[in-house]
Design a protein around this ligand. Structure first.
Ligand SMILES: Nc1ncnc2c1ncn2[C@@H]1O[C@H](COP(=O)(O)OP(=O)(O)OP(=O)(O)O)[C@@H](O)[C@H]1O
Ligand SMILES: [Mg+2]
Length: 364
């Protein structure tokens, strides 16, 4: 084994890191701010009449941003079409983003059912994401390189037993809280550790970003996966890589933790803002239908349009117990008042919620 390779192994310590390195004054100050923003977000989502409107929207945004870090690029429009209009011409990047969404939802369900996140759970998330069951790395050869210079910056452990030991240590760290360290600080620590163990051949970044949101749910800081942390990471990508590396090379926990804490604060505030905007659109639409189409108005109808920004006659039939003819009349009425726009998809007509669609377009 070369000297540098030995060094790479030695530098990955078991958790926890020394408390004095992670609980510095700037970190503790930022913890307060991030915790306030996150609590406000949690509170707001609890007051929503129909959280699935938001969950749909935010989970898709998170999936899109996280996949973009991996250079998987698609548009909001393609995602919504694939998801709600069940288009059969979905391209590969769009499918990949939808797999991220599935993995995130699956992980959420897992956490809620079991109340913990262990290595098997993490493997099943990666499996859902990558659609293969390679599991934890058994072969050496994985190295993290600097994209610009192609220089190897870190070789994660490549011995199966070492990886498994590190994973069970991480598992314990994630699930037991006998220390007094804030879960927000621990979130940053577990993310660094997971990425440094780099247990899989591929998909470590995306699996780790899913784990971040799940960790917040596990600690009771969110009820649903409604925080798109990845949008912050993609906007601050160079620092993300630099700071992960500096934990290893300079023991620079402080800056790394501050980075993740700011990500939590900023995306909580952004998500709150988005929820408020979606709520306002809901109320506007509700008022308009009440005034202009009182005969078809019901709150259920507005909710169907917001849970499914791409609506079909079938959705109204199923969710509102209408016959097809009535459902179709409702949608035509809504079209006449420019609340929805009809678009042909193959043999089918879909009705786009214009306000919500424009909002997502603008948000991208
Ligand atoms: N120096 C480093 N130390 C620890 N982890 C790192 C370092 N550089 C990058 N990483 C992590 O490795 C991830 C990339 O690993 P991998 O290619 O397996 O994941 P991915 O999901 O396919 O990619 P991506 O994260 O780009 O979407 C990065 O997202 C980052 O979290
Ligand atoms: Mg990759």
């Amino acid at each position: 084994m070369s000297v540098s390779k030995a060094k790479a192994y030695n530098q990955l310590h078991l958790l926890p890191p020394k408390q004095s390195l992670v609980e510095t004054i700037p970190v503790l100050r930022q913890v307060s701010k991030s915790a306030v923003a996150l609590a406000e977000l949690k509170g707001l989502t609890q007051t929503l009449p129909n959280p699935s409107i938001l969950i749909n929207a935010v989970v898709l945004k998170e999936a899109q941003a996280s996949s973009e870090i991996e250079n998987v690029i698609t548009t909001q429009d393609k995602l919504y079409q694939a998801l709600f209009a069940k288009s059969d011409k979905t391209d590969e990047p769009t499918k990949e983003v939808l797999r991220y969404r599935e993995a995130l939802l699956m992980g959420t369900k897992l956490i809620k059912e079991k109340g913990f996140l262990n290595t098997n759970g993490i493997i099943s998330i990666q499996n859902e994401l990558e659609q293969n069951n390679a599991g934890v790395r058994k072969l050496p050869g994985t190295a993290l390189v600097n994209d610009l210079t192609n220089e190897i910056i870190y070789i994660p452990p490549d011995d199966f037993d070492t990886i498994n030991n590190l994973m069970s240590n991480l598992e314990q760290y994630i699930n037991t809280d006998n220390d007094e360290v804030s879960p927000l600080i621990k979130l940053a620590i577990q993310h660094y550790q997971f990425e440094s163990i780099h247990p899989f051949y591929d998909g470590n970044g995306r699996t780790g970003r899913i784990m971040n949101v799940l960790y917040l749910i596990l600690k009771g800081l969110l009820d649903e996966p409604v925080l798109y942390l990845s949008s912050y990471i993609i906007k601050n990508k160079a620092n993300y890589y630099r700071l992960l590396q500096e934990v290893r090379t300079k023991n620079n926990w402080e800056e790394w933790i501050l980075y993740m804490l700011k990500a939590i604060e900023q995306t909580s505030l952004e998500t709150i803002n988005q929820i408020n905007q979606i709520n306002a659109l809901f109320v506007q639409t509700q008022k308009q239908v009440q005034e202009q189409l009182p005969r078809i108005y019901s709150k259920d109808l507005i909710e169907v349009l917001f849970v499914n920004p791409y609506c079909k006659i079938d959705f109204l039939v199923e969710r509102m117990n209408l016959n097809r003819k009535t459902a179709s009349t409702y949608l035509k009425n809504l079209e006449d008042f420019h609340i929805v726009r009809a678009e042909e998809r193959g043999k089918e007509l879909i009705y786009v919620n214009i306000r919500l669609y424009d909002f997502f377009k603008k948000g991208k």
